[in-house]
Every structure is written in structure tokens, then in C-alpha cells.
Write a protein that binds this ligand. Structure first.
Ligand code: AMP
Ligand code: MG
Length: 401
């Protein structure tokens, strides 16, 4: 057996970040930035008002109060999207709406709530300082400043920042196309009653969903028989059209575990026995330069193997700097029992925050075929080799969310 870290390092050594591409900004959500974005223009582009009210000179409001308001003639109205017809002169006021440019000559805004209409004049009922409610040009983003850096994972606000400075496209690392196939003669799809010995293919729909959830582009490569020629053809089809291929099944010690045999014959593949439970057997390598992840067939094993090898590896391929799931320390509310076997166990648990502390309990049956407990888990407790973790002890947890 080899250590988990060694197996992960083997995978990461082979993976290359996909080439960057220009995409419309709306399509960059979740992708990793491959350029430094420099603001071509300032935001806001001009000094504007943060309030509906009146543009004035602060000096003209000195001493104004509710009891002794200052009356100023209203010489114009400025709506958002327009500009003042002329500069403001001393002793004047202009009506102004949120987002409208502050007219030349004005240096403060008084909000409408602190004024009262008075014929052609407005009564100013408070004294305001210079700059009151004025949003200066460049207050958010200065023209020429570096605003986004390579490695940024594009979130909705980043898209808004790009739009605000007039960008139409952005250079990001491409979303990998990830092909998923199931292998096994016992597997069937569709609603027909099962024949003796048959089971339904559940891994493919699960892995395709994990691929989609992680932000990769899923490609269904179908259900493949335990037949060397069919497997070889399927792998070749997969690597011809995808950036990575994920298979499940056929990598253990059984007589019909041909995935391992075919891959190691076709290319430079490593068959590993990783010191973890579940998901001990794992095959990885490049076929025509395309990474192929051979995950074990048991439903829980395939998901855990995806989490430990495929997800972080593929995240790196799309330029993510933080490719790992978050790790937390959590207190067990019941013992997480196991026996010494030289392996690290990834127990399916439910993690919840109680006050300041994370707590975990088992989510159910821990067999690698018991998909229910994996489905209801939101975390994997990392139980080191030994007899397990007692109730009330702290354990490292991989949070799946
Ligand atoms: P294998 O790794 O091919 O020996 O498969 C290990 C176990 O996982 C066997 O019990 C298989 O029937 C089961 N299995 C393999 N592939 C799938 C799948 N796609 N969906 C559900 N169970 C599977
Ligand atoms: Mg099989």
C-alpha cells in the first residue's frame, strides 16, 4: 500500500493547467482568472450624488437649522443620466437625483428629507460639510489600478466589476470537459426488472453530478461491458473528446477487472493500492496526454476516490489555487470505531455547528456499498489507523458542504 499523499502527488505531477481562453464575462462564473485585470476607467466615472436632494455650496448652509432655515433659489434639476445645464453659482441650489453628476460649483449635497419646498426656493434646514453625500470620481476603482489578479475564482461580484469598467470578455482557464463511464457486466440502466445477478448503474449519474457540482463540464461516456476491446474503444473515444476521463469499476483484484489491465497496457498508468478505506484501489495515468482516473466500483468508494483524487486534480487543471475541500476540527458526539489495518479511514459523518464548535456523528452504515450513509453525510471524518476515535474527542473532518 502507498500513502494517500503519495498517490495524490502522483496525480498532481501529471496534471497540467488547461490553456486559457477568452470568454464573455457572463460565462466566466466559477472559472479561474488567467490575467491581471487593469481598470481602463475610473468607477464612479464622475463625482455624483449618493442621495436625492439638492446640490449646494457647503458655505451657503452655515448656520442653517429647522428653526432658522436658509432659503436658496432652485435653478435647475439634474436627473441620473443627464448633466447640469450650467455651473452652480454661490447662493443657488439645484435639485439632484441619486447617481446624477454633481454640478460644477457645488461641493455638497443636502438630502431632500432636510429640506422644504418654498415656492421657487428651497428651505435648507441643516448645515452640511464640504463633500456631504458626494461620491468622488474613482472612489471605488481608480483608472489604471490592478483590480483582479490571476487565480481569482470568478464570483458574481467579480463579473459586476468587469462590467462596470466596460469589459466584454475576460481571459480564464477553461472548464474541463470530464467524461464519465461505468464498467461492469452486472450493470443495467433503465426501468426494467433486474435479472438475477444484475444491479442498476448508480455510479455514473452520481459521478456526473459530482463533476457538474465541482464546476466541470460533464460528458456521459455510457455503460461499458467487462470486455477488453470494448473498454479500449471507450477509453479512446473518451480521451479524444474530453480533457479528462473518469471510470468506475474494474480496478480491483477480480478476474474480470479489465480496466486496470487495459489502461496499464495502453499507456503509462499506475495501479495503486492506497492506504485508505474506502477506495483502496485506484488507477491513474495519461492516455494520449489526457488524464484517466480509474476509480473503484463500490458506490461509496467511487465517490470518496473522486473527492480525494479527481476533484482536487481537476480543480488544479482549471487553475484553482485552492483545490482542496476545507478541513475542520470537530468533536465526536459518539465513538467512531474501527480496527487497525494500516489505513486511514474516511468515515461518513454529519457535521453540524453547535455554538462555536463543530460536532460530528456517523451518518449510518459504513460499508463501501452503503450509499445511503454517503448520501446523507456532509463530511468525511479522517480517522487515523488504530481503534478509532472516542466520544468527545476531536477529529479532522473534510467538509463536503
Ligand atoms: P468492481 O470494482 O468492478 O469490482 O466493483 C465493485 C463493486 O461495485 C461491485 O459490487 C459492483 O457491482 C459495484 N459497482 C461497480 N460499478 C457500479 C456502478 N456503476 N453502480 C453501482 N455499483 C457498481
Ligand atoms: Mg466490475
Amino acid at each position: 500500500m502507498i500513502a494517500l499523499e503519495e498517490a495524490q502527488a502522483k496525480v498532481n505531477r501529471e496534471l497540467q493547467v488547461l490553456p486559457p481562453a477568452d470568454v464573455p464575462i457572463a460565462e466566466s462564473l466559477g472559472l479561474t482568472l488567467a490575467e491581471t485585470v487593469i481598470a481602463p476607467e475610473a468607477i464612479p466615472p464622475f463625482a455624483n450624488t449618493a442621495m436625492d436632494g439638492f446640490a449646494v455650496r457647503a458655505a451657503d448652509t452655515v448656520g442653517a437649522s429647522e428653526q432658522s432655515p436658509v432659503s436658496l433659489p432652485v435653478v435647475g434639476t439634474i436627473a441620473a443620466g443627464t448633466t447640469a445645464a450650467r455651473p452652480l453659482k454661490p447662493g443657488e441650489a439645484m435639485r439632484i437625483m441619486t447617481g446624477a453628476p454633481v454640478p460644477d460649483g457645488a461641493d455638497a449635497i443636502i438630502m431632500v428629507e432636510l429640506t422644504k419646498p418654498n415656492g421657487f426656493e428651497v428651505d435648507i434646514m441643516a448645515e452640511v460639510p464640504v463633500g456631504n453625500h458626494v461620491r468622488p470620481a474613482g472612489d471605488d476603482i481608480a483608472a489604471g489600478s490592478e483590480i483582479l489578479h490571476p487565480g481569482t475564482v470568478m464570483a458574481p461580484g467579480h463579473l459586476g466589476v468587469l462590467a462596470s469598467v466596460g469589459r466584454q470578455t475576460v481571459t480564464v482557464f477553461r472548464r474541463p470537459r470530464v467524461g464519465v463511464m461505468s464498467t461492469g457486466d452486472e450493470l443495467v440502466e433503465g426501468p426494467e426488472p433486474l435479472e438475477p445477478g444484475q444491479i442498476r448503474d448508480s455510479n455514473r449519474v452520481t459521478l456526473l453530478a459530482l463533476v457538474r457540482e465541482a464546476g466541470f463540464q460533464p460528458v456521459d461516456l455510457g455503460l461499458i461491458r467487462d470486455d477488453e476491446a470494448e473498454l479500449e474503444a471507450a477509453f479512446r473515444r473518451g480521451v479524444a473528446t474530453c480533457d479528462a476521463v473518469i471510470t468506475s469499476g474494474g480496478v480491483s483484484m477480480g478476474d474480470y477487472d479489465y480496466v486496470k489491465a487495459v489502461l496499464t497496457r495502453l499507456g503509462d498508468f499506475s495501479w495503486m493500492q492506497v492506504a485508505i478505506k474506502p477506495a483502496k484501489p485506484f488507477v491513474f495515468g495519461l492516455l494520449d496526454e489526457v488524464p484517466v482516473f480509474g476509480l473503484p466500483g463500490n458506490p461509496v468508494s467511487s465517490m470518496v476516490s473522486f473527492e480525494l483524487f479527481a476533484r482536487p486534480g481537476l480543480k488544479r487543471m482549471m487553475g484553482h489555487l485552492e483545490a482542496e475541500r476545507p478541513r475542520i476540527r470537530a468533536r465526536t458526539t459518539e465513538p467512531l470505531r474501527r480496527h487497525p489495518d494500516g489505513k486511514t479511514h474516511f468515515s461518513r459523518v454529519v457535521a453540524s455547528k453547535v455554538g462555536d464548535e463543530w460536532q460530528v456523528r456517523s451518518s449510518g452504515g459504513q460499508g463501501s456499498h452503503q450509499l445511503m450513509a454517503m448520501a446523507t453525510a456532509n463530511a468525511l471524518a479522517i480517522v487515523p489507523d488504530g481503534d478509532g476515535v472516542d466520544e468527545g474527542e476531536l477529529v479532522d473532518v473534510m467538509y463536503l458542504g
